[in-house]
Design a protein around this ligand. Structure first.
Ligand code: AHR
Ligand code: AHR
Length: 507
């Protein structure tokens, strides 16, 4: 195979927000996750300092909150002010203490150094409740809610720039689900009120890769939106927890781009592709395990529907399959950076997240290290490229069908120093693949950093680091042999700018 790169043709500059994150009031993501007052590992605000440091390392650019299904019956006013009254969370059928609300969330975002991105309640909520939330966050002093924020100790507006109207309101499982017609009207009226409070914010609305839903939404409210939100979980094990194995996960990589392509097509057809970008604001290879919670027959005994949620915490489940899939998704987001402006990994902490917390420490799962390699290694300009003679894997998908998938997933970027930086994913479960780069004036000095794990099932846990990247190794690119990519691996390959003298490489 040959990977052809043309440094004269760029796809675009990727928005850093394609490396965004999501966190929801579900299971241990907030309480016992990022917010753990009383734990010696938490600071004075009750935030886990080790989690903050880990999120800073991967430069989290934006954090979507508070849901997810949770938000569709959540009233933000219950979670601000001096006395927080616990409520019953009807989405997840647990008591919500409301001790982590808007003020705590904003403080957490400030500590991490990321943009807040608030998803509002378009399930049981109203246009007024949503726009009151914007008043609370973004007005200086006008009206009761800005004054409440000031009384709660925050004199300056929070300046929350990113807001989404609703979460998956198309889904029968969602509280306050809507028809396409209802959705177009509700979003229009909500957007109108929200923008009267603060016309400077960027608004999204819950959507999916469905023509009727999106045409109605965009016809009614397209001119008011800067984003359109879509979600995907490929291994849909919400009810069964029957994990797809490595090969089956590789089969899922054939469907990474489907939803983006459909929504892109519609935006182009409606002439909105220059005004509206896609926020893929929930995604994960694995669906979260919450059996008997979205089904018609709901769990009655907490052992049937609450206790099983603990099984999301098994670190051994997050292997090189998750890491390789995650890298392929991020490659897709980069390659579509002209229309995909934000993605949010679901979630960042606990459940199926990048970071797992327990009382005395954290685990950085295999997927965390993919974000570390990409955020800290790749360039910000995506170059046009193509592959000739791509090797093909023949594998079985989860339905048992024999399918083919390209063995490699490659992305070419240019960094501000003028270096070409390639993300090279080898999906092959057993064989190394050779990367041959074809490019005018290919520099000779190259460094390679690889995450491959000891096997396809390698994972990390407390005191176990079987799925962590090796150190970056500098070498001289050999046009004959190319670069060997180990099986089940993600590599960052950096060619140092040709401004350096030809023999400037380390033996
Ligand atoms: O499984 C978790 C749920 O997935 C999120 O709350 C929702 O947004 C999506 O359906
Ligand atoms: O040219 C780079 C080198 O070639 C790589 O370090 C090695 O894997 C391959 O043989």
């Amino acid at each position: 195979m040959k990977f052809h790169i043309d440094t004269r043709r760029t796809v675009g500059k990727r928005d850093p927000m394609i490396y965004g994150q999501f966190i929801e009031h579900f299971h241990r993501q907030i309480y016992g996750g990022i917010y753990d007052p009383g734990n010696p590992l938490s600071g004075k605000e009750g935030f886990r300092e080790d989690v903050i440091r880990a999120m800073q390392r991967i430069k989290v650019p934006v954090l979507r909150w508070p849901g997810g299904c949770f938000v569709s019956a959540h009233h933000w006013k219950d979670a601000v002010g001096k006395n927080r009254v616990p409520t019953f969370d009807k989405a997840w059928r647990v008591e919500e203490p409301n001790t982590f609300g808007t003020d705590e969330y904003i403080a957490f975002c400030r500590r991490v150094g990321c943009e807040p991105y608030i998803c509002t309640n378009a399930g049981t909520g109203t246009a007024e409740e949503m726009s009151d939330w914007v008043e609370y966050c973004n007005l200086k002093t006008e009206g009761p809610y800005a004054k409440q924020r000031i009384a709660n100790g925050h004199s300056d507006p929070f300046k929350v720039k990113y807001w989404s109207i609703g979460n998956e309101n198309y889904g029968g499982w969602e509280i306050g689900a809507k028809t396409a017609t209802e959705w177009g009207r509700l979003v229009t009226e909500s957007a109108k009120m929200i923008q009267r409070v603060d016309p400077s914010i960027e608004l999204s609305a819950a959507a999916l890769a469905d023509l009727d839903w999106n045409i109605n939404l965009l016809k009614n409210c397209g001119e008011r939106l800067a984003w359109i939100s879509i979600h995907d979980y490929w291994d849909g094990i919400h009810q069964t927890n029957d994990y797809a194995n490595y090969e089956q996960c590789m089969a899922y990589t054939n469907y990474l781009e489907d939803k983006v392509a459909k929504v892109r097509g519609l935006l182009c057809a409606m002439g909105l592709e220059k005004q509206i970008r896609i926020a893929f604001d929930e995604w994960n290879l694995r669906g979260w395990y919450h059996p008997n919670s979205h089904s018609l027959k709901l769990g009655i005994n907490p052992d049937d529907y609450i206790k099983p949620r603990d099984l999301n915490d098994e670190n051994c489940r997050y292997t090189m399959a998750d890491a390789v899939f995650t890298a392929c998704f991020l490659n897709m987001a980069n390659r579509n950076c002209d229309i995909v402006g934000m993605t949010n990994y679901a979630p960042v902490v606990n459940t199926r997240g990048l970071i797992y917390t327990q009382k005395d420490g954290i685990v950085l799962r295999s997927t965390y290290h993919v974000f570390d390699l990409y955020v800290n290694g790749l360039g910000d300009t995506v170059l046009d490229s193509f592959v000739s003679d791509m090797p093909v894997l023949k594998i079985r998908d989860k339905a048992g069908n024999l399918v083919e998938t390209p063995a490699l997933d490659l992305l070419a970027t240019l960094n501000p120093d003028g270096n070409i930086v390639i993300a090279a994913v080898n999906k092959d479960p057993g064989e190394a693949q050779t990367l041959q780069v074809v490019m005018e004036k290919l520099p000779q000095r190259v460094s390679i950093q690889t995450l491959s794990g000891k096997s396809i099932d390698a994972f990390n846990d407390m005191g176990r680091n079987d799925a962590v990247p090796g150190a970056a190794a500098e070498t001289r690119y050999n046009t004959e042999t190319g670069i060997s990519l180990p099986p089940h691996s993600v590599s960052i390959v950096r060619f140092f700018g040709d401004s350096l003298p030809a023999d400037s490489y380390v033996e």
